[in-house]
Design a binder for this molecule. Structure first.
Ligand SMILES: [Zn+2]
Length: 205
């Protein structure tokens, strides 16, 4: 648990209350000392992307293999990873921290496949949704220790996130759903309203 003093510093660095609540005191100090001199913890030098290779993405088998290999590689990691396969088959990878990673990092997502992981299992976040909404047609894969999620934006999200959140809470009540996975139900609401294509696959099923 971060101390009150750490809390104030981390808030000024742009971390949210929920993110800070998940940090141990030591992790909080690590982030503060590493991020010193920057205005946001996100501007860490380690967030630069690496070019990995180029695949033939017209060959769907090769593309599917690349996607599944990457999902397996990152699903148990203790930081977030992002892999982007652009429409020409160029593969880029970058690492974030425990709570975030860039889904594009300067790479065009037009016709691209984006793959990332969450350390604490949950579906696409509010920030992820903004990227999905701004890159209609790109495909987004997400993995954690329990599920693989897939989404594609169909139309731009033109209402506040909170509206979908409230509808998701109703849906959770109606379906006796898992209250610890509100993001999943928000995606279900967005799917019902025609904003996204979305699936969640539980591992081992
Ligand atoms: Zn995410």
């Amino acid at each position: 648990m971060a101390s009150p003093k750490q809390f104030a510093i981390l808030v000024s660095m742009g971390y949210t209350r929920n993110e800070i609540a998940e940090m141990t005191e030591k992790e909080a100090w690590d982030i503060i000392s590493r991020g010193k001199g920057t205005t946001n913890g996100n501007t860490d030098a380690s967030s630069h992307k690496d070019y990995v290779k180029t695949i033939n993405c017209k060959n769907l088998q090769e593309l599917d293999l690349e996607i599944s290999e990457n999902l397996n590689k990152i699903c148990n990691d203790d930081v977030e990873n992002s892999i982007i396969i652009d429409k020409n088959g160029n593969v880029f990878a970058l690492k974030g921290d425990k709570n975030r990673v860039s889904l594009s990092e300067g790479v065009s997502l037009d016709g691209a496949v984006s793959i990332h992981n969450h350390v604490v299992p949950h579906s696409f976040s509010k920030e992820d949704l903004m990227v999905i909404s701004e890159n209609l047609g790109a495909e987004f894969y997400l993995t954690d220790t329990e599920n693989v999620y897939w989404a594609r934006g169909l139309k731009k999200i033109d209402k506040p996130y909170n509206e979908f959140y409230i509808k998701a809470l109703t849906l959770i009540q109606e379906s006796k759903g898992d209250t610890e996975q509100p993001e999943h139900y928000i995606m279900e609401v967005l799917k019902k309203e025609g904003y996204v294509d979305y699936e969640r696959y539980r591992k081992g099923n």
